[in-house]
Design a protein. Structure first.
Length: 161
């Protein structure tokens, strides 16, 4: 009887651990924390979650399930897209965008030659105050992640902060 209770407890623990790990780093709080950490590093105020943006992001992500290509929605919001395999999370996507910081030159408000940094500048864009993100698993097993920003950032000629 003790063995059965121990086995049952272990199985319950494993199920909870698996469930938690599949949902960890994909909640609205996780997206906000990752964004707001990067924004705090450059003295920009926090973002807040916007359900309209999240719904827009989810609807667009749902349309990408079959091909998982990083095609911009051309919607009315600022936007960052990412895709990855394995346990690619929303937090990992934001961290990927933030890793472009090394290529941003604040003095000239440009990216280093041949480098991309627009995802990073959208994350820290001082006027973008609202955020909504979504994540779907594509038919090929990859993960597609989109975050939308309002108001949109990356205005030509303006620095992000």
């Amino acid at each position: 009887m003790v063995s059965f209770k121990l086995q049952y407890a272990l199985i319950c623990f494993l199920i909870i651990a698996i469930f938690h790990s599949t949902h960890a780093q994909n909640s609205q709080t996780d997206y906000l924390n990752a964004h707001n950490t990067a924004r705090a590093q450059v003295g920009v105020g926090n973002m807040v979650w916007n359900t309209t943006l999240a719904t827009f992001a989810q609807n667009y992500a749902n349309r990408r399930i079959q091909d998982c290509n990083l095609v911009h929605s051309n919607g009315p919001y600022g936007e960052n897209l990412a895709k990855g395999s394995g346990a690619f999370t929303g937090t990992a996507a934001v961290n990927l965008w933030v890793s472009e910081k090394q290529y941003y030159d604040r003095g000239t408000n440009t990216c280093a030659s041949g480098r991309v940094c627009g995802h990073y500048t959208q994350v820290v864009w001082r006027n973008s105050r609202q955020l909504g993100c979504a994540r779907v698993q594509c038919a090929n097993g990859w993960w597609f992640i989109i975050c939308n920003y309002s108001p949109r950032g990356n205005i030509i000629g303006q620095p992000p902060y």
